[in-house]
Design a protein around this ligand. Structure first.
Ligand code: ATP
Length: 369
């Protein structure tokens, strides 16, 4: 039996807006789940229903097999960290962290022991006497996390907890939260719109769009096996390239280059696709530059293009290209950065080609993916 079960969860706000549609998810004890998706897709609403801060319009939420739809946040034994840290400004770090336990009537000695242990984990030992205004954003965020984990609850919910931090602090806190999760083993649901956070922290990711789950899977699944164009485009930076084209005589044209689909998909699939518009997808990093005059390799597509712009990012270069009027991006070794306006060629292995139905945007199963 799963630890958390969300079954057919829907949220319809009082104004009639249907924010979450038929959300189904089973979470195992100790899992780190990330809800990711663009602004307004229903991540926070779902998290707030799990927390008990928002009522569930339809569906069942179970903790350990028990339906808890009507239970208060406290009865659900859940701790939550919000985007705004919501620390008490007049209290010290020690008091902010101990407040919840004091309210519960926990012994002062026990509280002290817990605060000191939690502060040690979070690197806050030297700041216990300070007020929140005397801390950096990252330190405040750690106090908020400390206040939540000190209660040793089974379920830990976090809503965009790193969004107020600068880029460097975000990277540090990301790994700290992952480590805290390893140490506490608390089942965690973490909301973000940042796919890098999702990919680096999650055991499993739930990708949402406009109130609907698009795909649930491990970071590896979502990157290598996306179910549709939305997921394929959302996960990965720069996003996957999509080139729309029509299947004619078992071939597709990418600019002036004809590509035989027989190397990529089974004959039955190709027959089915005849005359249909599809999207040819490839990730910017799944290309290899090659000599313009080189022959097409056996198990790869070779495309010619003109370099429009290059961005040297240090560990790689983004190359903005034009393939006979079609714009795409390649992500390559910075030592191979080509000249702007030069003609280059590159190959994509058949195994790195994704095909999608251009109308439904669903993935078409190829032979090698
Ligand atoms: P963000 O990343 O911007 O926080 P989100 O994915 O968390 O977005 P939600 O806050 O869950 O999105 O909101 C989902 C949808 O529900 C949005 O379109 C939002 O405008 C709408 N919504 C949120 N709260 C209410 C409310 N109280 N009444 C009506 N609609 C609401």
């Amino acid at each position: 039996m799963a630890y958390l079960t969300l079954s057919g969860i829907n949220k319809i706000y009082p104004n009639g807006f249907h924010a979450v549609h038929d959300f189904n998810l089973e979470v195992e004890k100790g899992e780190f789940i990330v809800f990711v998706g663009p602004s307004g897709c229903g991540k926070s609403t779902t998290l707030r229903m799990i927390a008990g801060l928002e009522n569930i319009s339809k569906g069942d939420f179970l903790i350990n097999g028990e339906r808890v739809n009507e239970k208060s946040p406290r009865e659900r034994e859940i701790a939550m960290v919000f985007q705004s840290y919501a620390l008490y400004p007049h209290m010290s770090v020690y008091e902010n962290m101990s407040f919840g336990l004091t309210l519960q009537g926990v012994d002062e000695d026990v509280i002290e022991q817990k605060v000191l242990a939690t502060a040690k984990v979070l690197g806050l030992t030297d700041y216990l006497d300070r007020k929140p205004r005397e801390l950096s954003g990252g330190q405040r965020q750690r106090v908020a996390v400390g206040r939540a984990i000190i209660r040793k609850v089974g379920i830990f919910l976090m809503d965009e907890p790193l969004s107020n931090l600068d880029a460097k602090q975000r990277v540090t806190m990301r790994s700290e939260i992952t480590q805290i999760h390893r140490q506490t083993g608390a089942t965690t649901i973490y909301v973000t719109h940042d796919q890098t956070e999702a990919m680096t922290m999650a055991d499993r990711i739930v990708v949402m769009k406009e109130g609907y789950i698009q795909q649930i899977g491990t970071p590896h699944d979502l990157y290598f096996d996306p179910v549709n164009m939305f997921v394929a485009g959302f996960i990965g930076e720069p996003p996957m390239n999509f080139i729309r084209t029509v299947v004619k005589g078992g071939k597709i044209g990418i600019g002036k280059t004809d590509i035989e689909l027989s190397g990529i998909a089974d004959q039955a699939v190709i027959t089915e696709l005849e005359g249909k518009e599809i999207a040819f997808g490839f990730r910017p990093e799944h290309v290899a530059l090659c000599d313009v005059n080189a022959a097409k390799p056996e198990n790869a597509v070779k495309l010619d293009c003109k370099v429009e712009l290059t961005e040297l990012l240090g560990d790689n270069t983004n190359v903005y290209i034009d393939i006979d009027g079609i714009s795409s991006i390649l992500k390559i070794d910075p030592h191979m950065t080509p000249e702007i306006d030069s003609q280059i060629s590159f190959t994509i292995d058949y195994g790195h080609i994704y095909l999608f139905d251009a109308v439904t945007e669903e993935r078409i199963k190829t032979r090698l993916c």
